[in-house]
Design a protein around this ligand. Sequence first.
Ligand SMILES: *[C@@H]1O[C@H](CO)[C@@H](O)[C@H](O)[C@H]1NC(C)=O
Ligand SMILES: *[C@@H]1O[C@H](CO)[C@@H](O)[C@H](O)[C@H]1NC(C)=O
Ligand SMILES: *[C@@H]1O[C@H](CO)[C@@H](O)[C@H](O)[C@H]1NC(C)=O
Ligand SMILES: *[C@@H]1O[C@H](CO)[C@@H](O)[C@H](O)[C@H]1NC(C)=O
Ligand SMILES: *[C@@H]1O[C@H](CO)[C@@H](O)[C@H](O)[C@H]1NC(C)=O
Ligand SMILES: *[C@@H]1O[C@H](CO)[C@@H](O)[C@H](O)[C@H]1NC(C)=O
Length: 405
Amino acid sequence: MAQLHILLGLLALLLSVVVSVNGSLCRIPIQRSPNFKRTRAAAKAEMFYIAKKYNLNVATNSTGVEQLSNYDNFQYYGSINIGTPGQNFQVQFDTGSSNLWIPSSQCTSSSCMVHTRYSSYQSSTYKSNGSIFNITYGTGSVSGFMSQDVVSVAGLVIRNQTFGEVTSESGSNFLNASFDGILGLAFPMLAVNLVTPFFQNLISQKVVQQPVFSFYLRNNGTTVTYGGELILGGSDPKLYRGKLTYVPVSYPAYWQFYTDSIQMGNTLISTGDAAIADTGTSLLVAPQAEYTQIAKIFNADSDGVFACGKISKWPTMYIKINGVSFQITPEYYIIQEGYYCALAIQPASQDFWILGDVFLGRYYTEFDVGNQRLGFAPVNAANTLGQSGVLGLLMVLAVYKMFFH
Ligand SMILES: *[C@@H]1O[C@H](CO)[C@@H](O)[C@H](O)[C@H]1NC(C)=O
Ligand SMILES: *[C@@H]1O[C@H](CO)[C@@H](O)[C@H](O)[C@H]1NC(C)=O
Ligand SMILES: *[C@@H]1O[C@H](CO)[C@@H](O)[C@H](O)[C@H]1NC(C)=O
Ligand SMILES: *[C@@H]1O[C@H](CO)[C@@H](O)[C@H](O)[C@H]1NC(C)=O
Ligand SMILES: *[C@@H]1O[C@H](CO)[C@@H](O)[C@H](O)[C@H]1NC(C)=O
Ligand SMILES: *[C@@H]1O[C@H](CO)[C@@H](O)[C@H](O)[C@H]1NC(C)=O
């Protein structure tokens, strides 16, 4: 009996530790798509998707583009509920856009049929809106009408959220995506139809204490589907090393800021370039002139392909932000396919960089809406909540064994 009490005491202690870690932070587990592959073809397909998303021109040697599908690039997603009772959806949490959309029960496109669809008539909190929307992505588009309902995420409830019910998905962009829709986390300025974005409603309805969210993404090449966490209401210092380096948002539409400089080894590529943190992109996208300089270092052809040899002989990339150098070692920005390699860095016609998972998977990122700033710090890959939970369980089991055997 005494042993049982000790065991229960230890369990309570463990639970209190977990709860205090949680504090006022709301954690949403992020899944990693089992389909995700970093390949040269996937990088090309993604560039067409990114170009449409950012309304850019890419050098289009578009032979076979229609056959390329982007779904291999959709790495991270998580779970939300819409309506009463809640209907569950998997969504991509995208800091590069500002609308929430999911397939409608009225949609019979094949992309909708293979995903979960929202039924307004099954929700007692549904309110109609009816405004039309149309968003173009890559080789297709999603269109439909707006609706309003309750959205809940990991126990947080947001009322009166206006979102897109997709009635038609053309193209195959999302056909094989592991998620049903997209939840945009960029600023209101980008929102189609001037809809108040999810996080702005979360702030005005005082659902979180601090107007801050943060991403811990794991992209270290394991096949584990636990992909990290989206944290609403703040940051968890256990998930990163050292202090966050802050930088002001330079223009609150995308999560845009100025870098001090970008270097490849000793070669200076740029000073004072703008960059965007985009959790909905997997690659790094460089302005054309900067990309040309980088391609020269690798002697890469027009497709970014080069003979690579040993990956570790290539230089480390340094992105300096507010005086601190953030490194990306070659195994993260090079895609190896046998003898040949390609860069996970692609060119486009814009004058800013787009930092996708190649960067965000190495650096914990705090999106501070209240102070309009971003914070970056190296991820603490060794100390995740999931792992400490498992560790705690093992501890309890060990204690149990000690006392009962
Ligand atoms: C376009 O790509 C194809 C296949 O990769 C290649 O054979 C062709 O030379 C390229 N064309 C241009 C104009 O770069
Ligand atoms: C949405 O926009 C795209 C590109 O402008 C167009 O091809 C498509 O027909 C539009 N769809 C609807 C339903 O308006
Ligand atoms: C939601 O909208 C209704 C009116 O449609 C309003 O009465 C209610 O206060 C709103 N709730 C929130 C949390 O904004
Ligand atoms: C994509 O999804 C469709 C419909 O579910 C399926 O038939 C097809 O095999 C999938 N393609 C790939 C490459 O997974
Ligand atoms: C639909 O939503 C938009 C954006 O929130 C709003 O401006 C508009 O007034 C709404 N229309 C109706 C009929 O509720
Ligand atoms: C990847 O993650 C696993 C599990 O957390 C860890 O054991 C491994 O060291 C990590 N590898 C790299 C290269 O970060």
